[in-house]
Design a protein around this ligand. Structure first.
Ligand SMILES: *Cc1c(COP(=O)(O)O)cnc(C)c1O
Length: 440
């Protein structure tokens, strides 16, 4: 699962004691394990090796440039959804030819920036967007490649807010319209339409929705081939699960066991496969470490108030997501052998773990059975590497936490803690910098 483990009642990341880490860098703090990050990337690469895929790590899941650099050094490309993410990919030293760019609302400046960078593929979300990118490329006298994001209308059985492959979502083009799209735009020379892109949702804890989507798309590709339209690239998107609880998600090998045979003929005929995993690489590689500020009782409820919350990890309130939470120092009887919503141990107390933000939605866990904790104890919020720091905000004028990387015994700061000056700098500069200016 990951390299966060208990030893004599104390939590370690790789060889670093997290109590000591917190004493050195303060709390709250995002802690990443280099070994976990790299292992999870390698598992995907190995599981799908028979298809020789281009693995484009989804920057939006966890975008620290130093972490992206570690993956780029292993050969990863990147999946970006904005000009800002493209900027991050560039700073991480990613080969621009290995960048794919999705997103329903690409602006003209973002498109120009991507064309100048020479990215691998634009993943096209609508007819209007295709026309716009083609016309900008023509005006710049450059040529780029595109894959059409097809909406296969399968139900990934995940949270409504992260379901993206059903007809009623804003993403992609209906599979029935895809056919006409290729007929109409397949001959555009400045934006060569040569692939199909899928991304059906996230996290998807079964393989079946992928199988359904791939079967639909392979039928479309076969149909197009009969009409003389070649589709040489198939991008499966991301969405593979992560173990928020022990053994919750299929492994990379489990996904591959069903997906690889389906795509073998396409690959054997010279087709290129792209994968865009984010969560499955980053989620278990990171955790959020926080300190208990106060304990209180309200009605029948016990609250543990900590120094982090929805402003640093919004998933519980936004997606009803489960994160395993446990003290970093526990009695031997309370060492968790696995991570589950309900733990079968004596002496646990049911509590809500909540943050300091002035919102009732500011919780990290509800009705959770935990070992007894006291003011000053550390709580570890596990599996927070993906959609954690990237979604953090400054709501209530809270500085965002630092990010640190653990590599064996070594601790490296990857992003410093924000200061109060960071919070107000754009406002101070707006006044001292003079007139209002359009940044576009
Ligand atoms: C978010 C996203 C991904 C990554 O999803 P994960 O669940 O993190 O693997 C991949 N592709 C696209 C287009 C996305 O929007």
């Amino acid at each position: 699962m990951d390299d966060f483990h208990y030893q004599q009642g104390q939590l370690y990341c790789e060889k670093v004691n997290l109590e000591q880490l917190a004493a050195a860098v303060g709390t709250p703090v995002y802690v990443y394990s280099r070994h976990t990050l790299e292992t999870h990337y390698d598992r995907i690469a190995e599981a799908f090796a028979a298809l020789n895929p281009l693995i484009c790590y989804s920057i939006k899941s966890c975008g620290n440039i130093h972490l992206c650099k570690l993956l780029a050094q292993r050969g990863a490309g990147m999946d970006v959804v904005s000009g800002g993410e493209l900027h991050r990919a560039r700073l991480a030293g990613v080969d621009m030819a290995k960048v794919v760019y999705a997103g329903v609302g690409k602006t003209d400046p973002e498109i120009r920036q991507a064309l100048e960078a020479g990215i691998g593929y634009f993943n096209i979300e609508s007819e209007a967007e295709f026309q716009n990118i083609a016309s900008i490329a023509r005006a710049m006298n450059v040529s780029a490649r595109a894959a059409l994001r097809v909406n296969p209308d399968v139900d990934p059985k995940t949270h409504a807010k992260t379901t993206t492959g059903k007809k009623e979502t804003k993403f992609g083009v209906d599979i029935e319209r895809a056919h006409r799209f290729f007929e109409r735009y397949g001959r555009e020379s400045h934006l060569r339409l040569c692939g199909i892109h899928l991304h059906i949702g996230s996290p998807i804890f079964t393989v079946e929705p992928y199988v359904q989507a791939i079967e639909k798309v392979l039928a479309l590709i076969a149909q197009l081939r009969q009409e003389g339209i070649a589709v040489g690239v198939l991008d499966l998107g991301g969405g593979f699960g992560a173990d928020y609880q022990s053994e919750q998600s299929p492994s990379a090998a489990d996904y591959a066991a069903q997906i690889v045979p389906l795509l073998q003929p396409f690959h054997a005929a010279g087709g290129q496969i792209i994968l865009e995993p984010g969560r499955t690489i980053a989620a278990n590689a990171g955790m959020l470490l926080s300190r208990v500020l106060y304990l209180k009782t309200g009605g029948q409820k016990k609250f543990i108030i900590v120094d982090t919350g929805m402003h640093h990890l919004v998933r519980p309130t936004m997606y009803d997501a489960f994160h395993f939470i446990w003290p970093t120092n526990v009695a031997p009887a309370h060492e968790p052998k696995q991570r589950k919503a309900t733990m079968d141990m004596p002496g646990l107390e049911t509590c809500d773990v909540v943050g300091p933000i002035c919102e009732t939605g500011d919780f990290l866990a509800r009705d959770r059975a935990l070992p007894p904790v006291a003011r000053g104890d550390l709580l570890a919020i596990f599996t927070a590497g993906a959609y954690g720091m990237v979604m953090a905000s400054n709501y209530n004028a809270m500085p965002r936490p630092p990010e640190v990387l653990v590599d064996g015994k070594q601790i490296t700061l990857l992003r410093r803690r924000e200061t109060y000056d960071d919070l107000v700098a754009p406002e101070i500069q707006a006044v001292t910098g003079g007139a209002v200016r359009n940044q576009g």
